[in-house]
Design a protein around this ligand. Structure first.
Ligand SMILES: NC(=O)c1ccc[n+]([C@@H]2O[C@H](COP(=O)([O-])OP(=O)(O)OC[C@H]3O[C@@H](n4cnc5c(N)ncnc54)[C@H](O)[C@@H]3O)[C@@H](O)[C@H]2O)c1
Length: 327
């Protein structure tokens, strides 16, 4: 029988309860603790779950019984903390985006390899039941050959509730890194391809912060399909989060968070039944299986790196006004 893993979470902020639920609900892994430099935060979440709390995550890194560090930190800390965890011999789960730059991502991958631990970039949107079903329907040819997708996500920026790091790109803040990472992953995964070239505009016209609030990107995929990524954190507006996919023989529509999928029928979208599940738990279960068996990770780290490459290429395109061809 495979060894059961012990995991702990670093960062007890917004995403941490979902990750804790995933760990406590997945077979083959136990949650042993929560670390947060804001100790009362760590204590509050750990107390509810009956696990250890620490202000310093290094307490868990020093514990030989701990196998997996789950990093749920502000983006600018992913790089340094992941490297520290890998050097301590722990497998590392990093919330998206893997890193703030390609150089950081490459170093993280190299250190993990050198220390014989596995590095996982969490792109949870592809584990939603709706995304999985849509990809399966495309693979089955239900809309013929896919041509392009439009991924559109409008939401309230939520200025008053955002932590300070989110309001500064130097710390990995802004809507683009936060949600562009989800959108690029889910849509390219459904279309079944990496990205070849990008042309994008990314700006901050709504809040004028040193972090973006709105973006548009046109991605040309290696398999010949295309997609647009349109995202904004508005001050006032109407929320929407949908991907529409056009094929040679039809159309699909996906609402990831709402776990809904539609297909065209007689000129209208009709719903397709989705068997819902908890995406965080499904992702964690698949990850733990891969760690126990040595199988390929459910999101290969090359894909996590590629997502950073695409995010940064879009930023470069936005700065220069030029198309960026990926290597
Ligand atoms: N998959 C998803 O659906 C999803 C949703 C939200 C956020 N995220 C990702 O989760 C990560 C965290 O985002 P968030 O919104 O939870 O952030 P957050 O700001 O709410 O929480 C971050 C936590 O890290 C703590 N922290 C900061 N520095 C620390 C340090 N040196 N040591 C220990 N703790 C420290 C903070 O006190 C805070 O509690 C990001 O990568 C984000 O993109 C993913």
């Amino acid at each position: 029988m495979s060894k059961s893993l012990n995991a702990f979470i670093i960062g007890a902020g917004r995403v941490a309860p979902g990750l804790a639920r995933a760990i406590t609900s997945s077979p083959g892994v136990s949650l042993v603790g929560i670390a947060d430099s804001d100790f009362p935060r760590a204590e509050a979440l750990a107390g509810r779950l009956g696990v250890r709390a620490a202000a310093d995550y290094r307490e868990f890194l020093a514990d030989p019984s701990v196998d997996l560090a789950v990093i749920a930190l502000p983006h600018w800390l992913h790089y340094s903390v992941a490297i520290e965890c890998a050097r301590a011999g722990k497998h590392v789960y990093v919330e998206k985006p893997l890193a703030n730059s390609l150089d950081e991502a490459d170093e993280m991958i190299a250190v993990a390899e050198a220390h014989h631990v596995r590095l996982f970039a969490a792109h949870t949107q592809r584990f939603f039941a709706s995304t999985i079903l849509a990809r399966q329907m495309i693979e089955e040819g239900r809309i013929g050959a896919p041509i392009y997708a439009t991924d559109t996500w409008y939401k309230d920026f939520g200025l008053s509730t955002r932590p300070a790091w989110f309001l500064d790109r130097a710390k990995g803040g802004g809507m683009w890194l936060m949600n562009g990472a989800h959108m690029i992953d889910r849509t390219c995964w459904m279309l079944g391809s990496e990205v070849a070239a990008v042309k994008a505009w990314i700006g901050n016209p709504i809040y004028r912060l040193p972090a973006d609030d709105s973006a548009m990107a046109l991605l040309q995929l290696k398999n010949g399909t295309h997609c647009t990524i349109v995202h904004a954190g508005y001050r006032r507006g109407v929320g929407r989060c949908e991907v529409e996919i056009l094929g040679t023989e039809g159309m699909l529509k996906v609402d990831t968070y709402g776990s809904r999928v539609w297909i065209d029928e007689n000129g209208e979208f009709v719903p397709v039944e989705v068997q819902k599940h908890d995406a965080f738990t499904y992702e964690m279960t698949k990850l733990v299986e891969a760690l126990q068996t040595g199988a390929e990770l459910p999101v290969p780290i090359s894909w996590g790196r590629h997502m950073v490459e695409v995010l940064c290429a879009c930023e470069e395109s936005g700065r220069t006004g030029r198309e960026v061809i990926l290597s």
